[in-house]
Design a protein around this ligand. Structure first.
Ligand SMILES: [Zn+2]
Ligand SMILES: [Zn+2]
Ligand SMILES: [Zn+2]
Ligand SMILES: [Zn+2]
Length: 512
């Protein structure tokens, strides 16, 4: 459902986008802007054995029900197995029906806009829908996630008759097929897919290529509450929202259901954005990530060379002050002591350290016990601190790993130590109320609680509850957990402390 707070508009350089209604009230932080059930989704590789393929809930593999036919689809219980998939409601926003859409390569078929919104699904619809793919499901689950998703879309389209021929709700999405057309990547991927799905579901080559482009350019990563990636899904309405590295909205999930909330107050006429790229990356890294969407971001973060300089800053070899590189990524002069002797050895060392940090960061965790891994990140951090400034993103990434490991091993004093350093850089690099910051305060609250520091625990849980309420919704599980911890710390009075934002989003929910 597209909320009443936003409208579609055509921006001169970015095409279609969403903005806070020009003639409406401002959108308050925490307001739910879009809530949408997935058109189609799938689990990432490695998740299919431990999660329900319907609701994405994690379960002990032994407890999951397995489809007796394909032996691959797994469900929490019979209820999940039989539950109908959410009815995909086409957007009813009146602006959309009349919108002169210039972007898609394929003209939007009229049928897409007249999909009945309250289709009566027979109760066994989920099962029926799975039946369409059951035959090929085992092979499908052997493919990488983006081909799994495309395969599931094809199986669905072969049964959801009203979408046959046309692409249904996906028809408005960009495929970037002109850019992709001649790539060997496209050919290899489609070959791989074609070999692993039933032949009768394959559309003609052009349609297949377009659908491939639409899927890779528009799919969303589905996260669990702790921001771990667990799946990918198609959300055609949410896909209308443009990207900015300096985003004012955030995407979260309840199972496969997507929700987008405002992180900050947004003024009438202002565009709403979420970030398609990792927010803690520097501009070069983000550009790399964004290249698959075929645009170059020109947001204020991307043009802010000083911000990138901070992200790549080192310690002055002479006085330890922060030194930022110039636009060619060269370190020229320490502004504190005037040191200029950044030698070839300095750059060699730097490269070694960064490579070391990357290796630790990408190390497959399977072989390492928690304690071993904790020691690896701890040692890495000690080394990086010798040459990189604490604001350097390579240090920040290792710090994140060290914090998570300390929390897991319940080494609370260390967790506080790492957490305080993370707090500083999160505030520096992330949008206000970003889930990472709320989760950090939540975990620090726990650490303070276990160290019997109730004052700091209360302060952390209060911040966590407020921020998690904004990013995930006040009625979210995480906001509830934070409230439970507050009560455990003796604070029962927080309902009287609700701030204006929270109350407003509550009103929004009721009036919708
Ligand atoms: Zn389930
Ligand atoms: Zn099956
Ligand atoms: Zn940007
Ligand atoms: Zn210096």
């Amino acid at each position: 459902m597209l909320r009443e707070h936003v409208e579609i508009f055509l921006s001169p350089d970015k095409g279609r986008g969403l903005r806070c209604k020009k003639n409406g009230p401002p959108i308050k932080a925490g307001t739910l802007i879009i809530e949408e059930d997935s058109y189609c989704f799938t689990l990432l590789e490695g998740q299919e054995e431990k999660r329900c393929h319907y609701c994405l809930e994690e379960q002990s593999p032994k407890l999951l029900l397995t489809c007796p036919k394909c032996l691959s689809a797994k469900y929490c219980d019979e209820e999940c197995q039989r539950r109908p998939p959410p009815t995909y409601a086409a957007c009813r926003c009146p602006a959309r029906a009349n919108f002169p859409c210039k972007l898609p390569a394929v003209p939007p078929p009229v049928a897409a806009l007249t999909v009945p919104t309250s289709r009566a699904c027979p109760p066994e619809a989920a099962h029926k829908e799975h039946l369409s793919e059951c035959d090929g499901y085992r092979r499908l689950m052997k493919l990488p996630f983006h081909l799994r998703l495309l395969g599931r879309i094809l199986y669905r389209q072969s049964t959801r008759k009203y979408e046959q021929g046309a692409l249904g709700p996906l028809s408005d999405l960009c495929s970037h097929i002109e850019e992709l057309k001649d790539s060997t990547e496209l050919k290899t991927q489609l070959q791989k897919l074609s070999r692993n799905v039933n032949e009768d579901i394959l559309p003609d080559r052009d349609q297949l290529e377009i659908l491939y482009g639409k899927t890779t350019c528009n799919c969303f990563s589905i996260h669990n509450l702790d921001l771990g990636e667990i799946g990918v899904g198609m959300y055609p309405q949410a896909a209308m929202m443009n990207h900015s590295c300096k985003s004012n909205c955030v995407v979260t999930y309840r199972g496969p259901r997507l929700q987008i909330r405002a992180l900050v107050d947004i003024q009438p006429g202002e565009e709403v954005y979420h970030s398609y790229a990792e927010k803690g990356h520097n501009t070069r890294e983000r550009r790399d990530e964004l290249s698959k969407y075929f645009f170059e971001c020109q947001c204020s973060h991307c043009l802010d060379t000083d911000r990138d300089g901070t992200m790549m800053s080192v310690k002055c070899p002479s006085c330890r002050a922060q030194v930022k590189p110039n636009s060619n990524e060269r370190y020229v002069k320490c502004s504190s002591c005037g040191y200029t002797d950044f030698s070839a050895e300095f750059y060699e060392d730097l490269e070694v350290y960064i490579q070391y940090a990357d290796d630790v960061n990408h190390k497959p965790r399977v072989w390492a016990t928690d304690i071993l891994f904790t020691n690896i990140v701890k040692n890495c951090l000690v080394e990086l601190d010798k040459i990189l400034h604490p604001d350097n993103i390579h240090t920040v990434r290792i710090l994140g790993g060290a914090f998570a490991a300390a929390v897991k091993l319940e080494e609370w004093a260390k967790a506080i130590n790492y957490g305080k350093r993370l707090e500083r850089v999160f505030v520096l690099y992330l949008p206000p109320n970003e889930p990472d910051i709320g989760l950090l305060y939540y975990k620090m609250g726990k650490a303070y609680y276990h160290l019997d520091d109730l004052d700091n625990a209360l302060a952390s849980f209060r911040k966590a509850k407020k921020m998690l309420g904004i990013a995930y919704g006040r009625d979210s599980q995480l906001a509830d957990y934070a409230q439970e911890w507050l009560e455990l710390c003796g604070d029962y009075g927080s309902s009287s402390e609700e701030d204006e934002t929270d109350i407003n989003s509550e009103i929004d929910r009721k009036s919708s």
